[in-house]
Design a protein around this ligand. Structure first.
Ligand code: FMN
Length: 223
């Protein structure tokens, strides 16, 4: 017996939900009811004391999407120049593909059917403790990831981005978001083209997991 889940399906969802940039279908509208459905699932996520300070800003208005995308691009340009230099120095091979894909997203962001900006009521003060910071973001980020998983399982692509936050208040003014509200991320939302996504390469579990003692692997040996 055991679990009621089809692990093949759930593991596939969890291991292949990628940042979708080049495969966003810019021409196929996304029904608002479907976005609402994803948000309904998202809000089953945990939140500290179950306070649910998350708010979901869905942007479909073409002029507003264009204005937000302009600010994203304004933040993106200097960031990616810096990244290009850093990557060249580090000799990374996977980075060219990520950058090409990121360039594409920056270029088409105004044309995606919807931009979703998850928000959290309130703002942290610069002097707040790690406990408070973790509690604050930990009460919204799981919901955002839930949203992305729900989207993916309905054929919708998302990509976690944070660059627009450099101009968070300008974006707030475009959308009427009070300055007392924190924007947490920004994701494009569109049907994805093509069939499926692949499992990505990640650091091996043995390299990132310790048992009982820092830098001791699950086999108990130092690693
Ligand atoms: C906190 C965070 C911030 C990110 N910011 C951006 C961003 O501003 N622009 C972008 O194109 N991708 C952004 N990404 C996406 C990452 O580049 C992507 O998740 C990573 O390369 C791994 O690829 P995968 O999600 O397809 O496995 C961000 C991801 C996270 C988690």
């Amino acid at each position: 017996m055991g679990t009621q889940f089809d692990l093949r399906q759930t593991d596939h969802l969890l291991t292949t939900t990628r940042a979708v940039r080049k495969r966003l279908d810019l021409d196929r509208p996304v029904p608002l009811e479907l976005i609402g459905e994803c948000i309904k699932i998202a809000t089953q996520a945990p939140a500290g004391s179950n306070i649910q300070r998350w708010r979901w800003m869905v942007v479909t208005d073409p002029a507003k999407k264009a204005a937000v995308a302009d600010l994203y691009r304004k933040a993106y340009a200097p960031y990616i120049d810096m990244q290009r230099d850093a990557v060249k120095e580090a000799g990374r091979t996977d980075a060219g593909r990520i950058m090409e894909s990121s360039d594409h997203l920056a270029n088409v962001l105004d044309r995606v059917p919807a931009i979703v900006i998850p928000c959290q009521l309130g703002r942290l003060r610069p002097d707040q403790s790690n406990q408070e910071i973790s509690g604050y973001f930990g009460s919204v980020i799981p919901a955002v990831w839930n949203f992305m998983l729900a989207a993916r399982s309905r054929g919708l692509g998302t990509a976690w981005t944070t660059l627009h936050l450099k101009y968070e208040l300008e974006v707030a003014d475009i959308l009427g978001i009070p300055h007392s509200v924190t924007q947490v991320a920004l994701t494009p939302l569109a049907y994805y083209t093509g069939d499926d996504f692949k499992v990505a390469s990640r650091l091996p579990v043995e390299k990132v997991t310790y048992l009982n003692e820092w830098k001791h692997g699950l086999d108990g040996q130092p690693n």
